[in-house]
Ligand binder design. Structure first.
Ligand SMILES: Nc1ncnc2c1ncn2[C@@H]1O[C@H](COP(=O)(O)OP(=O)(O)OP(=O)(O)O)[C@@H](O)[C@H]1O
Ligand SMILES: N[C@@H](CCO)C(=O)O
Length: 315
């Protein structure tokens, strides 16, 4: 479920009068999502998405609004927040911070085809090209410092071989990334398939920017490759890998340092999700009754990246 704060028609009809989006016609709670309350709203002028923020760092919401405004203005397929008649995007409704977005077309691709992969690589490459000039600032909340700090909390819940794996990996990242000077900019931070919408082969939208931050661009790309190209055994699907990366590199060639650290970044972002999913299960269980994601999936990806050669990056 993803309606933690219910709304009724009258509340939403009244809320919409703040905006120039037409008259209220219908309201529907969205079942997907785990963190915020999401509603589809229909007016006589179109389809909208209303999000009530239930948890997280509310003080970061202005960063997310500015980032989405910026990317939308640059022509990226993201839902630019709707601003009210006074020009304000961030509102309150039912005691929660609230944002209204245009509803983007399409559905999440579970088994993306090569055209869909290329569309994603193209959009991410364009995004990273312009996001280096975005002036907002929010440190990556899932960076190496976070891994080093929080992995200790899950160690008591792991078998000794997994404890050793996690410790050795984090030590290796600390050494390798210590003096690395990788290109930085605004990143999505969680660009899984279920944060995209496709209308056929067309990328209708990239959504859920609430892990958005400023950090190493390669971190974003590695999250994408791990989620979009790995099979159940963690093996990389070479055709999807090439399709995403070729389209991406056409907009933003990687530096020598990025190429050198690519295999390690794939491992570090796999461990990032292994750890965040373990934390949800063992340390910070969600306030709501939600089935947690499986941490073992990312342990599998990590060990696979350690065992096998990562395919070469396209030139
Ligand atoms: N702008 C949009 N256009 C179309 N659908 C959207 C839009 N924003 C959200 N949705 C739909 O609402 C669902 C939940 O949204 P979102 O992913 O932002 O929620 P969440 O609670 O932050 O979830 P999670 O963090 O678990 O992914 C999405 O999976 C998608 O189906
Ligand atoms: N994409 C995350 C969940 C949302 O942050 C995961 O798969 O663990």
């Amino acid at each position: 479920m993803a309606v933690f704060t219910p709304l009724d028609d009258a509340q939403v009809a009244d809320f919409l009068t703040r905006y120039a989006v037409g008259d209220f016609a219908a309201l529907k709670g969205v079942p997907q999502g785990t963190e915020n309350s999401t509603f589809f709203v229909t007016t006589d002028q179109g389809e909208w998405v209303l999000t009530l923020f239930e948890q997280g760092e509310f003080e970061d919401l202005p960063f997310f609004v500015d980032l989405l405004d910026y990317l939308d203005a640059q022509g990226l397929p993201v839902p630019g927040p709707v601003h009210d008649r006074q020009g304000v995007a961030l509102q309150r409704l039912a005691g929660r911070p609230a944002l209204l977005f245009p509803r983007m077309p399409g559905s999440h691709p579970s088994a993306p085809n090569l055209a869909q992969c290329a569309a994603l690589g193209d959009a991410l490459g364009r995004m990273h090209q312009v996001s280096q000039r975005f002036t907002g600032q929010r440190d990556n909340p899932r960076n190496l410092a976070w891994l080093r700090r929080r992995h200790r909390e899950v160690l008591p819940h792991l078998e000794s071989s997994d404890q050793a794996l996690m410790r050795e990996e984090i030590a290796a990242y600390a050494t390798a990334f210590a003096d690395a000077d990788l290109p930085r900019g605004a990143i999505h931070g969680d660009l899984f398939r279920d944060n995209t919408l496709y209308d056929g082969d067309r990328l209708g939208g990239i959504i859920d920017f609430y892990n958005g931050c400023t950090g190493e661009l390669l971190f974003d790309l590695a999250i994408v490759i791990n989620d979009w190209t790995s099979d159940a055994t963690g093996e990389i699907d070479r055709a999807r890998y090439d399709a995403i990366l070729s389209a991406y590199l056409a907009h933003r060639p990687l530096s020598d340092a990025e190429r050198a650290l690519w295999p390690l970044m794939l491992r570090m972002t796999a461990l990032r999700y292994w750890l965040s999913r373990l934390l949800v299960i063992h340390v910070d269980p969600p306030a709501h009754d939600i089935t947690p994601h499986d941490p073992a999936r990312f342990r599998t990806l990590l060990t696979r990246r350690l065992e096998g050669e990562v395919p070469p990056l396209p030139a």
